[in-house]
Design a protein around this ligand. Sequence first.
Ligand code: DGI
Ligand code: FE
Ligand code: FE
Length: 198
Amino acid sequence: MTYENYLGFSREVLLEKMRQILPEKRLTHCLGVEKAARDLAKRYGADEEQAGLAGLLHDYAKKLSDQEFLDLIDRYELDPALKNWGNNVWHGMVGIYKIQEDLGLTDPAILRSIEIHTVGSGQMSTLDKIVYVADYIEHNRDFPGVEQARDIAQVSLDRAVAYETARTVEHLAHQGLPIYPQTLETYNAFVKYLKEEQ
Ligand code: DGI
Ligand code: FE
Ligand code: FE
């Protein structure tokens, strides 16, 4: 399946749509995640087109207003507890409804990987892990620990998920920020992979 099969229009047309709603820096990040996701898919025997499209689209909803997210939560009767969170959680968990509305994308595996790209899940498919990790290690990223994350991602996707989640939880706790319960589920499910023998 090509991007065009999934979308009904070309990658070029998708990029034009994304240029209308995302600042250049965010679009550059999305292109970096597309590339990183394709590379990880090749490395781990997943579908490169599916991973690439999920990576490219993962932050599509990043610039929606809070009010738009709150309306989507109501309209799709999503868990009302989501309303206590913010853009960081919404752009994935709620963003997939905007992607379906705007682009007509229906592939459940792609939508699921975008839904959980920020918080992960205790149960992640290979595609879910690829998008989650690609978002963290894409070549435009520059933060302490990114090189180690890139190295780990070449060896074990599970360990890369564990490493990224542990760093994110540390970072959020260090800043005194609330941690979304599903982020902690991801941490608890994957933390065993940080041990050498796993
Ligand atoms: O959208 P990106 O910036 O590319 O990356 P992302 O979607 O992985 O994360 C967006 C932000 O969300 C990032 O600043 C970290 C934050 N975040 C991740 N997990 C949680 C979280 N924020 C809160 N409050 N709780 C979480 O569990
Ligand atoms: Fe994101
Ligand atoms: Fe991202």
